[in-house]
Design a protein around this ligand. Structure first.
Ligand code: AQP
Length: 345
């Protein structure tokens, strides 16, 4: 798209979200939340962190528990350090502009672009004819989520890389088709960084740690207490070899590599530095050290989560205030976009 305008000059805005499809876990924290908290400390950036309940219904869900799962995610964000005074925290469904922009983007995105999305293939499983249309167009709604705030940066885990490329393609195509030489939407930068960008299951080092894994032992939930964290790490799958001295030697040892990566992310080190300390030692020594670090790191988060979740009214107040702030930014962007495409209202 060589004639695509790229001279976007709007404010620096950060946006990211999580699905309320279960309890948030260490992968969500190290892959995304940790970076959200760091970004909100920069006063030149406006941060929007939302709970993606419209995406949650693309798969079978329980309407009776969804509102509480949204509250639980909001409490986990705040417990992890997202400050409602510095960042806008809200539920996606409370801002209708997301759905309005998604329709316009459905008419910008190409079928072939969506057919390449691997997450659809993974989540739809073998019988994709029975998957919801919403699951298929999920990345288009995600692009609308981002661009309705004209977000310039999106901190996410590595699994979201492909969806963010699609978001960039949609923005570029819209700018080219409608911009008359001007960049209406930014070409958003993904912020994917550190050894926490891809945390794998504790039971299988080749699949990612996930909320929807049937085995609770596969993940460390942000609300797990110290005993539970230590027990899950003790039970984590490993191999019989001691830890190697170099990162290259972790190749082919998915579980060992994952545990070293978790230790590195929690202690703000590189994997090489962790191996410098533990290379040559067996898991009998490494696992208790990892459990100590994880408990020390996560205990304040899980304590704060438990305190917050007992006060639903306070969470609802934060979400209502956040939705109001989010609507004030998103509505003018949708109004501008509707005008650009020639809509009546
Ligand atoms: N294992 C992971 N390692 C690093 N980052 C991760 N993220 C998720 N899993 C890992 C990041 O967390 C953010 C929120 O993800 P999501 O809730 O929108 O959906 P997801 O990626 O599909 O997460 P899950 O936990 O695997 O949920 P389910 O099981 O419901 O599909 C994103 O930034 C993601 O990159």
């Amino acid at each position: 798209m060589s004639d695509t305008p790229t001279d976007y000059k709007g404010p620096q805005r950060v946006l990211s979200g999580m699905q309320p499809t279960g309890r948030l876990h260490l992968g969500n924290y190290l892959g995304a939340l940790k970076n959200w908290v760091a970004l909100q400390e920069d006063p030149t950036r406006e941060c929007f962190y939302f709970i993606v309940d419209m995406h949650a219904i693309t798969m079978p869900h329980d309407p009776a528990t969804l509102p509480d799962t949204v509250r639980s995610a909001a409490a986990a964000y705040i417990a992890a350090g997202v400050d409602p005074e510095k960042s806008t925290i809200f539920a996606q469904s409370a801002v209708p502009a997301h759905a309005e922009l998604a329709w316009i983007f459905n008419c910008v995105a190409r079928l072939g672009w969506l057919e390449r999305m691997t997450q659809f293939k993974d989540k739809a499983g073998k019988d994709k004819e029975r998957a919801s249309v919403g699951l298929f167009t999920y990345p288009v709604l995600q692009a609308a989520d981002i661009l309705v705030y004209k977000a310039t940066e999106v901190p996410v885990g590595e699994d979201q890389k492909q969806h963010l490329e699609l978001c960039r393609d949609i923005a570029a195509r819209f700018n080219r088709d409608y911009g008359k030489g001007e960049a209406i939407f930014p070409i958003t930068e993904p912020v994917i960084q550190g050894p926490g960008a891809r945390i794998m299951s504790l039971r299988d080092g080749t699949s990612k740690m996930s909320k929807s894994d049937v085995s609770d032992n596969s993940r460390i939930n942000l609300e797990d207490d110290a005993d539970m964290i230590a027990r899950k790490i003790k039970k984590a799958k490993t191999d019989p070899e001691p830890l190697p001295a170099t990162v290259e030697e972790l190749e082919g040892r998915a579980e060992a590599s994952n545990l070293v990566g978790i230790y590195a992310a929690l202690t703000n080190q590189t994997k090489a530095e962790v191996l410098g300390e533990f290379g040559g030692q067996g898991f009998g020594a490494f696992k208790p050290a990892l459990a100590d670090v994880a408990v020390e790191y996560l205990a304040p988060i899980s304590d704060e989560y438990r305190r917050l979740i007992s006060d639903k009214a306070e969470i609802d107040r934060i979400l209502a205030k956040g939705a109001e702030r989010a609507r004030a930014v998103a509505q003018p962007v949708v109004a501008e976009t509707k005008k650009i495409v020639g809509f009546w209202g």
